[in-house]
Design a protein around this ligand. Structure first.
Ligand code: NAD
Ligand code: TYD
Length: 356
């Protein structure tokens, strides 16, 4: 039977995927209330959600997922039917230079959310409940030239980021097995699209090309990532939330593998045209740099289970998705300039007067 939440708590909704999910979900489900709990780290930007200002079905709460009292208050006060948990430290390079916050947020923060969700669900305050852990294919580790990650692939994370996400996935499994908490857990491949923080490869390339800055390519540039448009990810999450059996784990991906250097060349060439530069001009910005330590060689997702069980398939082709994404960044230079300068932080003060 379809699960139809009346009140959803989204964590990390001011980030890249969370904000895209909130827009898509609220458009598809206007009768569902959405409460967004986000601590607004460097990656959280309320401008991503400015279109929702004044919408009575939406509420923003500035706070940490590790704050048990706040989480309990939201779950009970808003009669939350489902928690969709995006909040995380999400950048591999940052996890290499500072792993501690990754453990604090991604492991300990997730445990607090799970524990408060368990209490809320066991209190019988809502007729049915889901805890939805948004995870990553990076928990499976790295592939060689062939093969795919399935849901049965053992977790074998290599970076502090992926280790912290795997830790949370394990806790989600444990809360389902031990307490029967109705959990869902998805592992998605690399996303791209609007509102992507320009420390990640694709928005960084676009930003640097526009500003004629070097394009750092790690190692030999032949590492492979499997790219999915963020709105395809959002649609998959909505489908799984409503239709999947509690306890399920699903991979999400669109069979779209690219070597990094090929993506870099593609974005350079598309922007040559858009920026009316000479053919090949942007490629001259490419700079091979020292490799990321422990750099996973290849990710590739087998999402057969999701297609077979729930009929989800991506709707974007990479060609249309990357073109639209480039156009979005060109049309939203103010957004990019704000996040690179950090001035978006003031937006919270202006919109909320510094209060919760
Ligand atoms: P992001 O870094 O853009 O956003 C993370 C959000 O979480 C930010 O708004 C931040 O303020 C918030 N946050 C961080 N710590 C918090 C805390 N302690 N309490 C409350 N809020 C906190 O990340 P993203 O790329 O949107 O990723 C979202 C989720 O999806 C993550 O769990 C990530 O592991 C997962 N994921 C990402 C990708 C990808 O390609 N970006 C792919 C698969 C899975
Ligand atoms: P990234 O967007 O950081 O995502 P993830 O590491 O989670 O897959 O990086 C995507 C790929 O691009 C990854 O193989 C590392 C590489 N990369 C570069 O070559 N140069 C860069 O400046 C960045 C940020 C990433």
């Amino acid at each position: 039977m379809t699960f139809s939440p009346a009140s959803l708590a989204v964590t990390g909704g001011a980030g890249f995927i969370g904000s895209n999910f909130i827009h898509a979900f609220m458009a598809n489900n206007p009768a569902c209330r959405v409460v967004n709990l986000d601590s607004l780290t460097y990656a959280g930007n309320l401008k991503n959600l400015s279109a929702l200002a004044g919408n009575p079905m939406y509420r923003f709460v500035k706070g940490d997922i590790g704050d048990a009292a706040l989480v309990a208050e939201i779950l009970a006060g808003e009669k939350i039917d489902a928690v969709v948990h995006f909040a995380a430290e999400s950048h591999v390079d940052r996890s290499i230079t500072g792993p501690e916050i990754f453990v604090r947020t991604n492991v300990l923060g997730s445990q607090v959310l799970l524990e408060e969700s368990r209490k809320h669900w066991q209190s019988g305050a809502v007729p049915d409940f889901r805890f939805f852990q948004i995870s990553t294919d990076e928990v499976y580790g790295s592939l060689g030239d062939t093969g795919y990650f399935t849901e049965e692939t053992p977790l074998s994370p290599n970076s502090p980021y992926s280790a912290s996400k795997a830790g949370a996935d394990m806790l989600v499994r444990a809360y389902h097995e031990t307490y029967g908490l109705p959990t869902l857990n998805t592992r998605c491949s690399n996303n791209y699209g609007p509102y992507h923080f320009p420390e990640k490869l694709i928005p960084l390339l676009i930003h640097n090309i526009i500003n004629r800055k070097p394009l750092p390519v790690y190692g030999d540039g032949r590492n492979v990532r499997d790219w999915l448009h963020v709105l395809d990810h959002a649609q998959a999450i909505e489908t799984i939330l409503k239709e999947a059996v509690p306890g399920s784990v699903y991979n999400i991906g669109g069979n779209n593998e690219w070597k990094n250097i090929d993506i870099v060349n593609l974005v350079c060439d598309l922007l040559d045209g858009r920026l009316e530069r000479d053919p090949g001009e942007n490629r001259r910005l490419i700079t091979f740099v020292k490799d990321r330590p422990g750099h996973d060689r290849r990710y590739a997702i087998d999402a057969t289970r999701l297609k077979q069980d729930l009929g989800w398939v991506p709707s974007y082709t990479f060609e249309s998705g990357i073109s639209e994404t480039i156009d979005w960044y060109l049309a939203n230079q103010e957004w990019v300039n704000d996040v690179t300068s950090g001035s978006y932080r003031e937006y919270y003060e202006i919109q909320y007067g510094g209060r919760q």
